[in-house]
Design a protein around this ligand. Structure first.
Ligand SMILES: Cc1cc2nc3c(=O)[nH]c(=O)nc-3n(C[C@H](O)[C@H](O)[C@H](O)COP(=O)(O)O)c2cc1C
Length: 158
């Protein structure tokens, strides 16, 4: 794999972080944590976070990913909130030009991804949904199970 890979993720409870780190271990890519200037906590995720996500808002990021020119493949992942795309992922798409890259979206959820990927494409029209992947109930999986699942997916898409 000689392409340079970036794995950008947002995670509140750690499931998407574990998944992103498994992708990093397998691909050797660089990792970027998407963080908001005003981060959500567990309580505000269910109020502000859900409202922002349903409205398709992208609140300001704490920082942008640097040297995007170095990468030709960008994995972008987050949790599903309220059956849709999480607002920090909207923020990431708004703040970065990914138009000349292979964008591979993924998400983690507990049963219902809803409109997550439909909204990914609205925000990032060249996201490759044929390569996308949803990870279900990551918190119930041990590291070996998660690594195996990520590995099967990566070998099919890269
Ligand atoms: C505010 C909020 C809303 C959520 N909404 C959904 C949902 O609509 N569908 C679903 O399957 N899981 C939902 N979940 C569960 C998360 O998507 C799931 O646990 C995910 O793996 C969390 O990722 P994280 O640990 O990276 O934050 C929600 C969790 C939170 C905190």
């Amino acid at each position: 794999m000689d392409k340079k890979i970036l794995i950008a993720y947002y995670s509140l409870e750690g499931n998407t972080r574990r998944t992103a780190k498994a992708i990093q271990n397998i691909t050797g890519g660089d990792i970027f944590e998407i963080e908001l200037e005003k981060p959500y906590g567990m309580a505000s995720a269910f109020t502000l976070g859900v409202v922002h996500s349903r409205r398709g808002n992208g609140p300001p990021l704490k920082k942008r990913a640097e040297n995007l020119d170095d990468y030709d493949t960008v994995f972008v992942g987050g949790p599903v909130w309220a059956y849709t795309l999480t607002s920090p992922i909207v923020s990431f798409f708004k703040a970065h030009d990914l138009s000349n890259k292979t964008v591979i979206p993924f998400c983690t959820h507990d049963g219902a991804a809803g409109k997550y990927f439909e909204k990914v494409v609205e925000n990032c029209p060249n996201a490759d949904l044929s390569k996308s992947r949803e990870f279900f109930k990551v918190k119930l999986k041990n590291d070996d199970e998660l690594t195996q699942e990520v590995n099967d997916w990566i070998s099919a898409v890269l």
